[in-house]
Design a protein around this ligand. Structure first.
Ligand code: ZN
Ligand code: ZN
Length: 314
């Protein structure tokens, strides 16, 4: 029988970022932080890469915590006019600590995902080259791809990907900005054309490999509509069972709507700090285990979610 901690102190956080994508801390530093804030279940979900999984594969986790490796995919929905959605995938089979998963991961599907991510990396580098060119031509900054790349290789922690955050640090180094935040606000505010995975394909791929797909901050890029409510039903039919309810970007009315959707579709409700660093630019701040909102998701609901993650059958 699967047993989840029944103590009132059952803090979970299933969405966070490290320096493997655009987070400030290395995977080791973030795990240390998760332990220090007494999280019971904690997941690292970097954007479009699984590098942190390899980095922390030998890290030891205290028996009071369970660490779940994951990823956050940047996707668009073909059902909703190519609207942006982020999809978190958790791999409970690779977790460490208190809870163990009995399902086996489908290796060939996992390899397929890794190949897709690798192809994506190539496109990412092209985008960053474009951004450096843009800073040169539009903002008249004296920046060069080669110089940036060398700076990045020397200064990046672990295997940090080249991303806007890396360019922000380079701009601070070049004294074009006072801080990373200042660089984002002044030069890196615009959206760069990028490559997206297809949400519906990724939900199905996740289900077929026995990973757990979670729709992240569902209302961050779309408005509430009848069409959206219909989409939740279709995604449920594809195997989506979990949506984020607690997230620092969600307003009280967003949460109310999502709770209603969760009830209608019998979705499990996830909790996400989406922690990157202490100084986040887009209007919200969070720390691990703390979404700065009303804690709507009850202890029983959290326990049901964790039980589902570790015992779900296709
Ligand atoms: Zn996201
Ligand atoms: Zn995120």
């Amino acid at each position: 029988m699967f047993n989840v901690n029944s103590q009132a102190q059952f803090k979970i956080d299933l969405h966070s970022h490290t320096s493997c994508s655009d987070g400030k801390y290395t995977p080791f530093e973030l795990i240390k932080r998760a332990i220090s804030v007494d999280l019971s279940v904690f997941a690292i979900t970097d954007h479009d890469n699984m590098d942190s999984i390899e980095i922390v594969k030998d890290v030891s986790i205290p028996s009071t915590m369970t660490f779940i490796p994951g990823i956050e995919l940047t996707t668009r929905s073909c059902l909703l006019d190519e609207a942006d959605f982020h999809l978190v995938l958790l791999f409970p089979q690779m977790s460490k600590g208190q809870y163990k998963c009995r399902q086996i991961i489908n290796k060939s599907k996992l390899n397929h995902l890794k190949q897709l991510l690798q192809d994506n990396l190539y496109v990412r580098e092209q985008r960053m080259r474009w951004l450096i060119e843009h800073l040169k031509t539009q903002h008249k900054l004296e920046v060069e791809w080669q110089e940036f790349h060398e700076y990045h290789l020397v200064n990046a922690k672990n295997r940090e990907l080249i991303q806007r955050y890396s360019i922000a640090k380079y701009l601070v180094h070049k004294q074009y900005a006072k801080s990373v935040q200042h660089a984002f606000d002044t030069y890196l505010y615009q959206n760069i054309p990028s490559q997206y995975f297809q949400l519906e394909e990724m939900i199905q791929l996740a289900v077929n490999m026995n990973a757990i797909p979670i729709l992240a901050h569902p209302l961050q890029y779309v408005q509430i509509s009848q069409q959206l409510s219909q989409c939740f039903k279709i995604w449920k039919g594809m195997g989506l069972r979990v949506i984020e309810i607690e997230h620092p970007a969600m307003s009280p009315s967003d949460k109310k709507y999502l709770r209603k959707i969760a009830k209608q579709n019998k979705f499990f409700q996830s909790i996400a700090s989406d922690f990157h660093n202490e100084e986040r630019s887009n209007g919200w701040k969070s720390d691990l285990g703390n979404t700065k909102g009303n804690q709507l998701v009850s202890l029983a609901e959290k326990q049901r979610l964790i039980k589902y993650i570790f015992t779900a059958k296709k």
